[in-house]
Design a protein around this ligand. Structure first.
Ligand code: HEM
Length: 413
């Protein structure tokens, strides 16, 4: 028997601005079965005990027998083949071992600390230019003017996507990110738009990879595409395309929300804003606490490959399992006074970047970007104030963040 429908309340856009009271009710049962058969896991201890469990699979994607071309005969002929290829080569975030680990190993070799650190200057330059563009205005929208353009520029630079192509990546990335939301995955029209964005970006990436092989440049995509001196490439073309798309989407939509949530939280806590402004060395602490207190990724879904007993509950084989990271981050059994934003807390073992095999590969990059962004904003914006609180939110419950963040400013220094 299903126990409750609290998770439906989490998905309800009316609760987007403050889902935390619902999370508190969910935590009363660490594992709760929902009316649609899914199981929500919401306490820190329960998620920690499941995060490395090989019985939880990340390969739970619905088969995509969808019209793509508008021509039913062509679709009937093409889809089974195309779908098989796409399913076999889905991005590593949707794969289990051993494929997941092999692909992740190849990317991690190239996604080195040196490569990430080398982006520091580029990030500083972009941050300065975006703030400079706000000069002469008394109101800005942080999302549009700052948080959105920054990560797309950085990830495109890292991958080796030419600057002139960046704008179209923003719209592809936004559409593809909706595939992570449970409600939009079931919406036919949205799945069509996602399929179209996927086709467009795949075609673009295929051509770009060909170009990188012909004329390699010092970027991640050239490094991944380069044929090894001997032996066959570590990654085939389909995997290379899906990896490049994953890095783009994962590296973009999330960082936008961390910067925006960061600014919102700091402006709601003016003494913390002042402390950061006076002492930029506090930035790493502020960012770790933000990842706990207002994380950009609220939950991820797995599928139970077997029956799992946990905390006195049974997760049935085949059930979708929702790991509610954002609820675990506010678990009073783990964190003292969890609803208080306190960058000075010593223990901040959050699930903001997930955990286990799928722990975020871009964590160092996301930290650098957000650190540089928040420090520069705190130093250069004069007397910033929120124009509306709460701000309007984007529809996503999993990738959660404001759609706009209006800020009044007294100038730029
Ligand atoms: C604030 C920014 C970010 C947040 C909050 C974030 C959060 C997460 C989370 C929660 C996961 C775990 C997914 C799961 O368990 O299924 C994840 C995975 C991942 N992230 Fe991030 N991420 C951020 C930025 C980035 C950036 C900048 C990149 C790359 C440029 C990136 C690349 C990835 C990849 C490739 C994975 C999949 C790893 C795997 O499946 O092994 N992320 N991220």
């Amino acid at each position: 028997m299903p126990e409750d429908t609290l998770f439906a309340e989490v998905l309800d856009p009316a609760n987007r601005a403050d889902p935390y009271p619902i999370y508190a009710r969910l935590r009363e049962k660490p594992v709760s079965r929902q009316s649609d058969g899914s199981v929500v896991v919401s306490t820190h201890a329960a998620i920690r005990s499941l995060i490395f469990d090989p019985r939880l699979s990340s390969e739970d994607l619905p088969p995509s027998r969808r019209p793509r071309t508008g021509n039913p005969i062509k679709d009937w002929l093409l889809n089974p083949i195309k779908d098989r290829i796409v399913t076999a080569h889905r991005p590593l975030i949707f794969r289990d071992p051993p494929d997941h680990d092999t692909l992740r190993g190849v990317v991690m070799r190239e996604f080195s600390v040196t490569r990430v650190q080398a982006l520091r200057q580029r990030v500083e330059r972009d941050v300065d230019a975006l703030i400079e563009d706000c000069r002469g205005r008394d109101e800005i929208c942080l999302v549009e003017d700052f948080s959105y353009p920054l990560p797309v520029a950085v990830i495109c630079d890292m991958l080796g996507v030419p600057e002139k192509d960046e704008p179209q990546f923003q719209s592809w990335a936004s559409q593809l990110a909706t595939a992570l939301e449970p409600d939009t995955r079931h919406d036919e029209a949205s799945r069509h738009r996602t399929a179209a964005a996927f086709d467009a970006i795949s075609g673009y990436m295929r051509a770009l990879i060909r170009e990188k092989r012909r004329r390699p440049t010092p970027d991640l995509l050239s490094a991944l595409a380069a044929p090894p001196p001997n032996g066959k490439p570590a990654m085939g073309d389909f995997d290379l395309i899906s990896t490049a798309i994953l890095l783009l989407v994962a590296g973009h939509e999330t960082t936008v929300n961390l910067i925006t949530n960061g600014m919102l939280t700091l402006l709601r806590h003016p003494h913390e804003w002042d402390k950061l402004r006076a002492d930029p060395e506090r930035a790493p602490r502020v960012i770790e606490e933000l990842l706990r207190y207002e994380p950009p990724v609220h939950f991820r879904t797995r599928k139970a490959l077997g029956t799992i007993e946990i905390a006195g509950h049974t997760i049935p084989k085949g059930a979708p399992v929702i790991l509610l990271f954002a609820a675990a981050n506010r678990d009073p059994a783990r964190f003292a006074d969890p609803d208080r934003f306190d960058p000075d807390r010593d223990d901040v073992q959050h699930f903001g970047f997930g955990g286990g095999l799928h722990y975020c590969m871009g964590a160092p990059l996301a930290r650098i970007e957000t650190e540089i962004a928040l420090v520069a904003l705190s130093r250069r914006l004069v007397a910033p104030r929120l124009l509306s609180d709460p701000p309007p939110y984007r529809s996503g419950a999993s990738l959660r963040g404001p759609e706009q963040l209006g800020i009044g400013i007294g100038g730029v220094v």
